[in-house]
Ligand binder design. Sequence first.
Ligand SMILES: NC(=O)N[C@@H](O)C(=O)O
Ligand code: NI
Length: 180
Amino acid sequence: MHSISLEPLQRSEFAPFGEVIDLNADWFAINQGTTRRYHRLGGVQLLGQGGQGVISLAVAQRAAQPIAVRMLERHPLGSQAWIPRGLSPFIVVVAPGNSEGYPDESGLRAFYARADQGVNYYAGVWHHPLLCLVEGGQFLIVDRDGPGPNCDEVPLSITRWLNLDLNFDTLEKELQEGER
Ligand SMILES: NC(=O)N[C@@H](O)C(=O)O
Ligand code: NI
């Protein structure tokens, strides 16, 4: 069975695909010191005519186990950021593009995003739609709205299964206790 192993989400490893949004990043004080500003957690790319940056809320079902990866998508006209609200760890699956403009399946990678990490996919990066690890997980999405085709989807040549070494029954407990 073709499986993909899980890697921890780290800025350097994810760099070819986008930015890691670190909710524990550095901050500076604003508003007479009453407020911390975690400035520029990520950059927004808006390509093509008439695009507008939009902020949306997603409330996700828990991804069915075992997690099957059968397709990938990309947004050629803009970046797409996923920022967890509360206890929403998730799985990020990405792949580089090949010279024919399709995913290079040999380069598929899967990252475990803790509840204090988000991702910001660069425009055109192949990724799997959201794979949330808890029921009702909430995310803010920052991406491009507007004219033009901004979601290419392609099937993978074979189904790949995520090789999760996570025990979902204890995952939320561990996250609440800050063990992950
Ligand atoms: N369509 C949408 O808002 N979500 C997908 O692009 C995704 O990456 O989950
Ligand atoms: Ni997407």
